[in-house]
Ligand binder design. Structure first.
Ligand SMILES: Nc1ncnc2c1ncn2[C@@H]1O[C@H](COP(=O)(O)OP(=O)(O)O)[C@@H](O)[C@H]1O
Ligand SMILES: O=P(O)(O)OC[C@H]1O[C@](O)(COP(=O)(O)O)[C@@H](O)[C@@H]1O
Length: 526
């Protein structure tokens, strides 16, 4: 933020920040041209800390630095990606300069909520939530996200908004696989748009991106208050969730044709990656559409935000199934209950469900590589001590044991079935001593359950704040909780990877302790 202020001061003078020369975790260098004095032009360097100076690839000088102009170091921080929102607001999106948005200067419409609830407190449109809140962290070197260093903008209702609500035509689409809570999001977005902002035209786009690229083949439905009234009581998506069909130019043509100027994209990192491409296409055409993503992943593998909606429900359902497996295993001599859970690349569901059920002896996740002989040794040890045990395994775990070497039509690796492999291997291993497994694969059951009440609250918060964010004029952003405060982040950050369980997180270490897993299966030395 300090850098931002510094640059803004310079901007007030006839100095032009032509471009960012380079940026690392420790410093950012900007090229400045013009200036009142000849010495004001040149390359300016901002450091994030004094210690960082030691890491610089060239010496810092406080005076003229040869033909490159003035090289100057200050103690200020560079503005990180999280707060670079100028290009994500419809009033300033053609402006390439980094920085935040001066909302009071560009949002001129009074929020209709002001009339409806005059006593409500509206946020100061520059309220930020800091990305990192732990000081002196033992795991500071693991922070995956220096991009949050400048903080994240809160995504709540503001007194002044960009859009005139009477001119808004909105649409919502659900992409990817199912996840509990999709209907709560559809309902929340519809209700907030209708009841708080008075928006009358709200479309539910059917079949994911297919419905946006080809609305004739996949006609949208009109989302009325009556239609959405009770939909949070059931799982699934009333507008259908689907993969495929993404075509940014076609979608922009159709948005323009249908007059849709506010669009909500509900989907995982793939959906938000595509959403960012759509935002760039709209930006290129100057087609004013607020595109706001609401990240969805039953695996909870969306980066940066605290958690995804539906994840808590999935953990709740998965831990019930684990307890069923415990009933079977503990009612049988030398019984081993195995539950395979969703989690292709990230083991959050397995880790949290194992911790919540609190009857699991081995939790296997994709992030931790294990050796089959260590698994068998642990099974033998637990059975010898207690006579039964329970294993929770994420679908993406132990792939080195079951690798298929195949790719699907979209180039994704086809995973081997680790659950069936464990079942068959353990049955063969236990047969001579009279033991057996009880294998349960509840994947689609878990994905299709209705949302639990506490998770529904999260959906409603996300839906409301997605609407407020869109009405404030932002586009190419996603909303999600950061330290339990709903914020917005540029969508391209969501597409920067998948969130994984960190072996040295207190959550995984806690799970290892609760399951009493031996060192060889805990992955803590990795
Ligand atoms: N790299 C990409 N380029 C273009 N479209 C994509 C890309 N990744 C995903 N999409 C679109 O988003 C849809 C949902 O993405 P997918 O990865 O299947 O699920 P999720 O959003 O849950 O990660 C895809 O079916 C596709 O239409
Ligand atoms: O059977 P489908 O629909 O292809 O989906 C299965 C995959 O979707 C996932 O549930 C991921 O979904 P999310 O995008 O919600 O994280 C994986 O765990 C699973 O492998």
């Amino acid at each position: 933020m300090a850098l931002f202020l510094h640059l803004r001061q310079l901007e007030a003078q006839p100095v032009h920040i032509s471009h960012k020369v380079c940026e690392t975790r420790h410093f950012a260098a900007f090229k400045l041209t013009g200036g009142r004095k000849p010495t004001e032009a040149g390359i300016y360097l901002w450091l994030t800390g004094r210690a960082a100076a030691r890491a610089l690839p060239f010496p810092i000088r406080s005076k003229r630095a040869g033909s490159r102009g003035l090289l100057r170091a200050t103690g200020a921080m560079s503005l990180s990606e999280s707060a670079n929102l100028r290009r994500c607001h419809l009033a300033t999106w053609q402006d390439e300069q980094p920085g935040g948005v001066d909302e009071p200067a560009v949002n001129k419409n009074l929020n209709p909520l002001v009339d409806q609830y005059p006593d409500m407190s509206f946020l100061n449109p520059s309220e930020m939530v800091m990305g990192h809140i732990i000081q002196n962290s033992t795991r500071a070197c693991e922070h995956p996200n220096p991009m949050l260093d400048s903080g994240c903008l809160r995504a709540n209702a503001a007194r002044h908004i960009f859009w005139d609500a009477s001119q808004v035509k909105a649409a919502i689409v659900t992409c990817g696989g199912l996840c509990p809570g999709l209907n709560s999001i559809i309902r929340g977005v519809t209700k907030c748009l209708r009841n708080e902002y008075g928006v009358r035209e709200i479309l539910g786009v059917s079949n994911g991106y297919n419905g946006l690229s080809d609305p004739d083949k996949n006609p949208p439905i009109s989302l009325t208050e009556e239609l959405v009234r009770d939909i949070h009581m059931k799982g699934g998506s009333i507008i259908k969730a689907a993969r495929g069909g993404f075509d940014a130019p076609k979608i922009c043509d159709n948005l323009a044709k249908q007059g849709i100027n506010v669009l909500f994209l509900v989907g995982g990192d793939g959906t938000q990656f595509a959403g960012n491409l759509l935002f760039e296409e709209a930006r290129k055409r100057n087609l004013k559409v607020s595109i706001v993503g609401i990240p969805k992943s039953i695996d909870n593998d969306v980066v940066l935000f605290d958690r995804t909606f539906g994840f808590e429900t999935a953990v709740d359902a998965a831990s019930q199934v684990i307890r069923n497996a415990w009933v079977e295993a503990s009612s049988c001599n030398r019984g081993v209950g195995i539950v395979k859970l969703m989690g292709r690349d990230s083991g959050f569901v397995a880790m949290h469900a194992a911790t919540a059920a609190d009857v699991v002896d081995l939790c296997m996740i994709p992030e931790v590589t294990v050796d089959l002989k260590d698994v068998l040794a642990h099974v033998d040890a637990v059975l010898a001590a207690r006579g039964y045990m329970v294993i929770a395994v994420a679908e993406g775990a132990g792939q080195e044991m079951v690798s298929t070497g195949k790719k699907d039509a979209t180039g994704h690796t086809v995973y081997g079935d680790i659950g069936v492999h464990l079942r068959d291997t353990l049955n063969a291993h236990l047969k001579p001593s009279g033991g057996r497994t009880f294998y349960i694969d509840p994947s689609y059951i878990i994905r299709s359950v209705p949302i639990i009440p506490n998770d529904h609250i999260y959906c409603v918060r996300l839906a409301n704040d997605a609407v407020h964010t869109a009405m404030r004029g932002y586009s190419g952003v996603c909303v999600g909780a950061m330290h339990n405060v709903i914020c917005m982040l540029p969508s391209k950050l969501m597409a920067s990877g998948k969130k994984k369980v960190r072996q040295h997180s207190s959550s995984w270490q806690g799970c290892v302790q609760i399951c009493n897993m031996p060192r060889a299966l805990a992955g803590l030395s990795e």
